[in-house]
Design a protein around this ligand. Sequence first.
Ligand code: EPU
Length: 423
Amino acid sequence: MEKLVIEGGKPLHGTVKISGAKNAALPLIAASLLAPGVHVLHNVPDLRDTRTILRLLESLGLSWEREGTSLRIDGTGLNSSEASYELVKTMRASVLVLGPLLARLGRAKVSLPGGCAIGARPINFHLMGFEQLGVQCDLDSGYVDASIDGRLKGGRVYFDIPSVTGTENLLMAAALADGTTIIKNAAREPEIGNLVDMLVSMGAKIEGKNSDRLEIEGVEQLVAAENTIIPDRIEAGTYAIAVAAAGGDVIIQDCEPEHLPSLVEKLQLAGIGVEIGVDYLHITSKGTDQEIKAVDITTMPYPGYPTDLQAQFMALMTCCHGVSRVHETIFENRFMHVAELQRMGADIQIDGRSAMVKGLVGNMLTGAPVMATDLRASSSLVIAGLAASGRTDISRIYHLERGYEDIVGKLSGLGAVVWKENE
Ligand code: EPU
């Protein structure tokens, strides 16, 4: 296994280019199951998770080829409706094949993903939604066995909590249903808008893009089309927070600042310089040499503060002046990074779903051996390592590789001293 080593305490300078969004690429790749023919996707990040979903598509009979950041996926050969535990257990987003398989084949047998490091993460909303479209969902030996005779039927779906992949799964299923489907309290993350655009380009009829009410008038068939993945707002946000914590002057290029409204606000409140361009953010910070103000965050569905940037902001707040309160409302177990940050000298106390972070007031974190526990927790340790004095060794970096394309190359390009080593 590999670990990441960081010699911290060095400011970051230059330009970093943001890749396509993991959480948009996964549903858009899954959507190519919906129609035969060659689908072309541009700006697809090459990540452990995108490779996993492509392996899953291969196991269902599809073929694909990559040229640079573009993918050509041939949806013609679909010949299986079963997603095995072996693939689903490594990536929960594999459940995104449920909707397309049901829509195209009328059957899907997909392993239940099981628990995960950040919470229980059930898929009951997805299944409830499919049932509203006439699907019979049975649980059998750890698998969801879902089927319907003939076409799915349009129906009404209300999510108790707006679910991102739940909304995506239902959108894909409803696109080929007989009749109209209305999804209320739908999630509004920009990645869902990207999927709506792809489905519409394939011939789907969808109203309400980017709103919490989506209306889908089912069509009999869809066709392959060409689409582009939006920039990864979480990767962009992670680099912005890294510059805020380590100090420096960095252009975060090829991002979509409009997709980061809450983070921009919070960084400015903390006293970090943020200039907003059309497709870039310019971040300036003196790191721990400046007075980073204590700022509270509460994670919320979009456009609220994203849970996927909670751990990273907490790493920044360990160096603030004062006390910051970080409240996590989306996942019940998303503080796994706290114990690791404490090993680097952070003063954090957890109380249920809140964490009180007492800033070190100008003192730096100190490098230490730490362990990555999930994707975003890992990136908070990278940020802490960049801001800390001395050497930080982060083990289990396969978590990071699920969601950050070429993180070592991108950070090195900004002047960070960082490398991979065998453990
Ligand atoms: N929930 C249920 N039942 C369901 C579905 C969701 O109770 O059937 C609950 C969840 O447990 C959670 C809340 O609803 O408390 C919202 O979860 P959501 O379904 O929106 O999460 P998700 O679709 O599984 C996506 C991202 C996550 C991101 C969350 C929240 C993808 C592939 N994954 O997950 O990304 O944290 O939305 O924004 O889009 C990551 O990239 O590191 C990551 C974890």
